[in-house]
Design a protein around this ligand. Sequence first.
Ligand SMILES: Cc1cc2nc3c(=O)[nH]c(=O)nc-3n(C[C@H](O)[C@H](O)[C@H](O)COP(=O)(O)O)c2cc1C
Length: 385
Amino acid sequence: MGKPTLRTKLCDVLGIEYPILSAGMGPSLVGERTGAPVELVVAVSEAGGLGVLGAAGYTVDEMREAIREIKKQTDKPFGVDILLPSQTVSAGDLEIEGPQEIPLSEVLKTLPKAHYDWMTKIKEKLQLPDIDVMIKLGSTTSRPHAAIKVCIEENVPLFCSGLGNPGFMVADAHNAGIKVLGISGNTKNAGRIAQSGADLVVAQGHEGGGHTGRIGSMALWPQAVDAAAPTPVLAAGGIGDGRGVAAALAVGCIGVWVGTRFLASVEGGALDIQKEAILKATDEDTRRTYIYTGKTSRATYNRFHDLWETSGLDPLPFPTQVLLASGMVEMFTQADMVEYVGPFAGQVSGLIKEIKPAAEILMHMVEETVDILTNRLPDTVTAKI
Ligand SMILES: Cc1cc2nc3c(=O)[nH]c(=O)nc-3n(C[C@H](O)[C@H](O)[C@H](O)COP(=O)(O)O)c2cc1C
């Protein structure tokens, strides 16, 4: 049997074979490599989809190195995802003088007293170890303008903004021949991103892993399609196989942006214990919480969530809350207290039963979508005009 055909307008816009993108996924733990590393990007792009590097936790230099590595390993189109929080974008890049790395334990001392005291109390109660981790200053999140400049210099085919509106950089990107994609969790922002000139909008439903909004995918996708028109929309949040892809195409999306299913792949950047947690999880085993970043994000449920819920504390603003969570997750990890650690992951976890190579996951999605559109629907639905 030859290769199946599954094409939409997205294939022409991006120069790819199948309308399936692996999502840009940053790290969810200190010290963890990124969720969507070079290996995943190359595997997905080589298989005919488009892989997106999760560069949110990288320094600008690390991101440049990763882009160059991708270009060495594939000549297929790929993307790079960073976060563009509006406060950081308007405040300008963080200037770093002196050391480029500082001990996390020192940074934690700068947290508000109530949060620091709570962390210290938990550390004593659970007898957690001292942590000896350095954090790098100058991540792409704190230096978005420098990161965008590098993406343009390196001629990245697709620039993706996981947070905030990329409108301010669209003209520069287009001058360099780079396409721009923005992610939204509601209809209003889908419309805003489209109207600010982005080429593609991702509409990510409540059930998705990582930062996530309040609107479920099935309600959001068609409303985002209407709000963004004529800018095309990709569906995200809860897609784990060809059934999700076919549903997304049926509501008018031109492709899909898939996170959790590709995180739980051979090339996905999660730690093995995190991949195991996704395999074990049912559809009910994720929670949306402020604990990790100060914004709502979805992760596999674990006992750290309970500690936070009973703390009585308000979340710190993004990205300060990331420091608090990173410090505590690092202590739990070093103490091997796996019941307190869970990755960012979506409700689709319940559908994932096996860690497979990304190319196999992608081809299975394609084959199943084609089967649904050409066989299963005509067999099970009678529709006539
Ligand atoms: C581990 C993990 C890390 C993530 N990090 C980012 C990120 O850095 N930038 C971003 O745009 N989205 C991030 N996301 C969200 C994904 O891009 C995507 O929208 C989401 O995973 C889609 O839902 P799904 O997990 O149900 O496929 C992350 C998701 C996961 C699971």
